[in-house]
Design a protein around this ligand. Structure first.
Ligand code: CA
Length: 232
């Protein structure tokens, strides 16, 4: 017997996309509930035990942004935003308002499963609140206790700021972080919106960890949004 995994709420007014998402996720063992409107989604969120929300930004009654803002007043459950192509600003505002990640339409079953897997993993690691001292992806690893970075098993020299940046990405492995979020975390809230320093820092870090810095394997650029440390 297959154990029922987490419950996922799918908020999407396009029934074809809604059915596609729930079909894929139910095959993965998740239990899915669906809603075609923001209003009904809010009702479900307070009445049901939901572990993750997949939220379409263009809904017939309210904007997806309003759902995120309302939900974040009382809940920290992961939200993956489903957004149309060429809506970088919308994605950034959704992430800044508290969404955890996004999917761009049209997306594949593989992308959907990957995003959900990352969100659920973060959910579980937060609820268990166990922090592993050594985090790794591919040939790159980071020792949180010794503040050291290893590439192919060899320690590499990185600056304090590069370490700050890399550990932030490692702690959010697989998740997209907006440029503004990274700047705030690394340089502090008073730093403003200047992205130049971060770009320089990122370039320096990539030269040390990426074989081909222009084609990064670890730190991916999410155009117009931010960066993501690959989790594969
Ligand atoms: Ca829609």
């Amino acid at each position: 017997m297959k154990a029922i995994k987490e419950t996922i709420l799918i908020v999407e007014d396009d029934s074809q996309i809604r059915n596609f998402i729930s079909y894929i996720l139910e095959q993965e063992g998740f239990s899915c509930i669906t809603s075609g409107t923001a209003q009904n989604a809010m009702t479900l969120l307070v009445s049901q035990n939901v572990d993750l929300v997949l939220l379409d930004m263009g809904l017939p009654d309210f904007d997806g942004m309003q759902v995120i803002k309302k939900l974040r007043q009382w809940s920290s459950i992961p939200i993956i935003v489903v957004s149309a192509r060429d809506q970088e600003k919308e994605k950034v505002s959704a992430l800044d308002a508290g969404a955890d990640d996004y999917l761009t339409k049209p997306f594949s079953a593989m992308e959907l499963k990957a995003r959900v897997r990352v969100a659920i993993r973060h959910l579980n690691s937060v609820s268990k609140s166990v922090e592993k001292p050594i985090l790794s992806v591919g040939d790159l690893s980071l020792d949180l206790e010794k503040h050291q970075v290893f590439l192919e098993g060899e320690p590499i020299h990185i600056t304090g700021m590069e370490y700050k940046l890399l550990s932030l990405l490692f702690k959010n492995m697989g998740k997209v972080l907006t440029t503004q979020h990274i700047i705030k975390e690394i340089y502090g809230a008073g730093y403003g919106t200047d992205t130049q320093a971060l770009r320089a820092l990122m370039a320096g870090l990539r030269r040390k960890i990426e074989k081909i810095p222009a084609k990064p394997r670890y730190i991916k650029t999410e155009i117009g949004v931010g960066y993501r440390l690959s989790d594969e």
